[in-house]
Design a protein around this ligand. Structure first.
Ligand code: HEC
Length: 270
């Protein structure tokens, strides 16, 4: 509820509108969803990216419904032509935005239980957390036999989903007029790696409070780079994950510096 109000405030109060929610839906209870779907839930077996380290894949059975069918229930059969992006919001403020087309190309499921009936939780190794509750819903991707999806890791998986929205996105908040074009890559990198949890000028997730465009201006570059590459070297404990360790070390350094340059250059608008 709090999130919805925040979004509405942004819609009414700001000319620098970042995300237009065309359609918004609170996720129904599992009982209601089962009744609406009119078919038994399926069991889907995946490599659980939160538990998989390197090439050691951990297989888990989940129970749920195909994402395309759930989205059709929530928004109507033509949901994919209503907006280009599906925005999923979690109870803790985490936000994931997925191109609608991707749901048509790759099988995903909204799951709500484990196949063996054990508690619906997972250990999130990257975030140093154990027994993280996954409900009400968890978006999982059918990644077995799909090396590209396995390579992506947990970045496109989201648990504790409470809301689904169909949105169109505008880059005005991230690329305000007058920002030099050499910072555009930094904006794209922030979108890819940071804005599921953080806000920049009102655009993004709300897992950590504050505008990164403002916060970063108080950081020395070296400390900022350490936060991005190894959060535990700066914070005693944190759920912020290090920038993907699947990238080469010099590329991780380059991305951290590009993010610093972008976030110190962009004006604070919100
Ligand atoms: C999965 C969520 C998540 C992602 C993704 C993430 N962060 Fe964080 N970040 C956090 C949390 C939570 C904190 C608060 C640290 C703590 O635990 O005290 C934080 C803290 C920070 C801080 C310090 C904030 C302050 O108030 O001083 C900076 C700077 C930061 N993150 C930058 C980034 C950048 C840049 C990226 C992208 C490369 C990123 N974060 C990706 C969750 C995330």
């Amino acid at each position: 509820m709090r999130l919805r109000l925040t979004l509405l405030t942004a819609v009414l109060g700001s000319a620098l509108l970042a995300a237009f929610p065309l359609r918004a839906a609170e996720m129904p209870s599992v009982d209601d969803l089962e009744a609406q779907m009119g078919a038994p839930a399926e069991t889907v077996t995946v490599y659980e990216p939160h538990l998989s380290v390197g090439d050691e894949h951990v297989t888990v059975d989940y129970v749920g419904y195909p994402a395309v069918d759930v989205l059709a229930r929530l928004f109507g059969a033509d949901w994919a032509s209503q907006a280009e992006t599906v925005e999923l919001r979690a109870l803790d403020g985490y936000v994931l935005r997925v191109a609608a087309d991707r749901f048509l190309a790759v099988d995903a499921f909204f799951v709500f239980a484990l196949g063996d009936g054990s508690p619906f939780t997972v250990d999130n190794l990257l975030q140093n957390q154990t027994d993280v509750p996954l409900g009400p819903y968890y978006l999982v991707w059918d990644n077995i036999g799909n090396p590209a999806l396995i390579e992506e890791g947990p970045g496109t998986w989201i648990y504790q989903i409470a809301e689904a929205n169909l949105v169109t996105l505008s880059d005005t908040a991230l690329l305000p007029e007058g920002l030099d074009a050499r910072f555009h890559e930094g904006a794209a990198l922030a979108k890819e790696h940071c804005l599921r949890c953080h806000l920049v000028n009102g655009f993004g997730g709300e897992k950590h409070e504050g505008n990164l465009a403002e916060i970063t201006k108080d950081y020395e570059e070296a400390v900022f780079v350490s936060v991005v590459l190894a959060p535990l070297s700066v914070f005693e404990e944190t759920t912020m994950p290090p920038l993907s360790d699947r990238l080469a070390e010099d590329e991780r350094q380059r991305i951290a510096k590009a993010l610093f340059d972008y976030l110190t250059a962009i004006p604070v608008l919100d």
